[in-house]
Design a protein around this ligand. Sequence first.
Ligand SMILES: Cc1cc2nc3c(=O)[nH]c(=O)nc-3n(C[C@H](O)[C@H](O)[C@H](O)COP(=O)(O)OP(=O)(O)OC[C@H]3O[C@@H](n4cnc5c(N)ncnc54)[C@H](O)[C@@H]3O)c2cc1C
Length: 469
Amino acid sequence: MSMSAARSVSGTRERLVVIGGDAAGMSAASQARRLRSAEELEIVAFERGHFTSFSACGIPYWVGGDVPDRDQLIARTPEEHRARDIDLRMRTEVKEIDVAGGRVRARDVDSGAESWTSYDKLVIATGARPIRPDMPGADAPGVHGVQTLDDGQALLDTLARTRGRRAVVVGAGYIGVEMAEALINRGYEVTVVNRGSEPMSTLDPDMGLLVHKAMEGLGITMVNDTEVTKILTGDDGRVRAVATEDAEYPADVVVLGIGVRPETALARAAGLPLGDHAGLLTDLAMRVRGHENIWAGGDCVEVLDLVSGRQRHIALGTHANKHGQVIGTNAAGGYATFPGVVGTAVSKVCDLEIARTGLREKDARRAGLRYVTATIESTSRAGYYPNASMMTVKMLAEHRTGRLLGVQIVGREGAGKRVDIAAVALTAGMTVEQMVSLDLGYAPPFSPVWDPVLVAARKAAKAVNAATS
Ligand SMILES: Cc1cc2nc3c(=O)[nH]c(=O)nc-3n(C[C@H](O)[C@H](O)[C@H](O)COP(=O)(O)OP(=O)(O)OC[C@H]3O[C@@H](n4cnc5c(N)ncnc54)[C@H](O)[C@@H]3O)c2cc1C
């Protein structure tokens, strides 16, 4: 790796400024520090919240009681970052980026004091903002988001205080279903109100229906195709019910999981380029387009979908960490790239595992691709081996070429992470015919002789042949 000299134009050591102290920002800062000593590169990071490098991904398991202690979700504390010579300024919010002047204006959240800090290199890692419904009652006590550790603690405090046992989750994406699990584990009666026709809109509706049925099997009341219109409060001002067009669902606590948007107000005001999904646009080195000394990564950027060739906004920690690594390397004068994503995600609700990668049917149609589908059911282990459970695998392959386009899996233990086979196949641009002979591991406790993903590939290959002959 060749690295450029780390001297700023003023002759002093270069200064790297990072906005946002979680996955993308602190991965970038830590990687830059690994490659450059404090004598060569000064690193200043601004974080407006109380925590750094924490796992929002773990919040549902903390709230649900699987992870007993909040601090287990913190990968690195502010003190640990400071011990690595990162000048971390907590509870300090960047209010403005002056691109022409190469500086940022930051405000101490508690005192209100403001100051400017100049940079030679800038990293924007401001994450995403949860969507709050614009409706009466949305901010009432007892209504919770779950984006930060503070949010998780506030929800736990409400659960500890509330005697009633009725919870409504608004939204049935992966955060909604994970929070439904958390509340079930806490002994709540859970209702999930969902705008889509089925939960998990990242799946095709036929696969979402499997999730729907399994959630009902867990005792969760599913209300699909329904918009929440109001959150109703009692005489004490606290939430008492969630109202839709034609019903009211009593609630002692409400959890919102209706999606996020890139947090790019600062970037927009600074004139930096945003895409159709309001995320920052970068090149493959995660450099903001048209700006040699500014990088951006994590939930505030758009990424290239390698299967459809389109820009997308996907808010996932797995990408944020990889972006941070690439940015830190480049900001330290090295070279790394992030080629894009195939759209892999895995989640669960109680013992039901849900996974997807690549394109859904509607994504394929939108991209102008003709495709065939194959759906199979198979067991997770050899049928005779104890605790074998059923899973459903749906596969999409391109018409004529047979190129794999996407896979969705719903099943019990051992189902979810099988999607990684498909993620690798997608990345390699394999056809479903090629997948059939993949040399996957086999022994009865792990899979049937024909792994469920290969059974789906075999059926998809047949469908491709039938459609072209
Ligand atoms: C409940 C939940 C479960 C999840 N589960 C998973 C999962 O299972 N798998 C997965 O891959 N992903 C999961 N995610 C998503 C994952 O947590 C995010 O994709 C990841 O945290 C993004 O990292 P980031 O650094 O881009 O943004 P963030 O984590 O949002 O960090 C951005 C930081 O920037 C700070 N900030 C913003 N603006 C400013 C400013 N102007 N000045 C100073 N500081 C600022 C914010 O306070 C924040 O700390 C989950 C998220 C949630 C909420």
